[in-house]
Design a protein around this ligand. Structure first.
Ligand code: IMP
Ligand code: MG
Length: 184
């Protein structure tokens, strides 16, 4: 692949494309085993989960459907504001559904703690949280993922769907930006 200008902003690679592919396939197998015989609903948290979702769903060969929600708790900063706001809700009734919430990264836990309660309040039968990345060192809410791709250190990461100020989502691996990119 032709490497771009964008990659000059990357300080180091944390998770390679090959590692991502292998782990996402493993997560797909694990979900298959958990939900075999059922028809779960994959629910992606936009925008960061869109690439992970596309790969994870294809790695999980189950009858299933797909929804997205968009929530906002960040401005263009690298720290969570703590408040979660629903920007786009699910389109269909989720009463009685087994929901697989697909998230890019579990950081403070604000987003997933809020979503879990919100979805159970709407009548979901069960919530299974799958996060590509987990930064447990920064957790302030009591929420854990059922399936985690990779545990990452307390560094701001981009790529494979994750952004900084809406950019770098199309970097094909997980990387750390040079500090000067976000002015620190
Ligand atoms: P939480 O609500 O603090 O757990 O944060 C969850 C959301 O914050 C994720 O869905 C991401 O969109 C964003 N986020 C947290 N850490 C990072 C990071 O290192 N890079 C990019 N986005 C992040
Ligand atoms: Mg984000």
């Amino acid at each position: 692949m032709k490497r771009s200008e964008m990659e000059k902003d990357i300080l180091k690679v944390l998770v390679t494309e090959e590692e991502l592919k292998k782990r996402v396939d493993e997560l797909g197998e694990a979900l298959y085993e958990k939900f075999e015989g059922k028809t779960p609903l994959f629910l992606g948290v936009l925008k960061g989960s869109f690439i992970f979702m596309a790969d994870l769903m294809r790695a999980t060969q189950l009858k299933s459907d797909l929804e997205f929600m968009s929530v906002s708790s960040y401005a263009n900063a690298t720290e969570s504001s703590g408040r979660v706001r629903i920007v786009q809700d699910v389109q269909h009734d989720i009463t009685g559904r087994d929901i697989i919430v697909v998230e890019d990264i579990l950081d403070s836990g604000n987003t997933l703690a809020y979503l879990r309660d919100y979805l159970l309040g709407k009548g979901a039968a069960s919530i299974t949280i799958v996060t590509l990345l987990d930064k447990p060192s920064r957790r302030t809410k009591a929420v854990n993922a059922d399936f985690v791709g990779f545990v990452v250190p307390d560094e701001f990461v981009v790529g494979y769907g994750l952004d900084y100020a809406q950019q770098y989502r199309n970097v094909p691996y997980i990387g750390v930006l040079k500090p000067e990119v976000y002015g620190q």
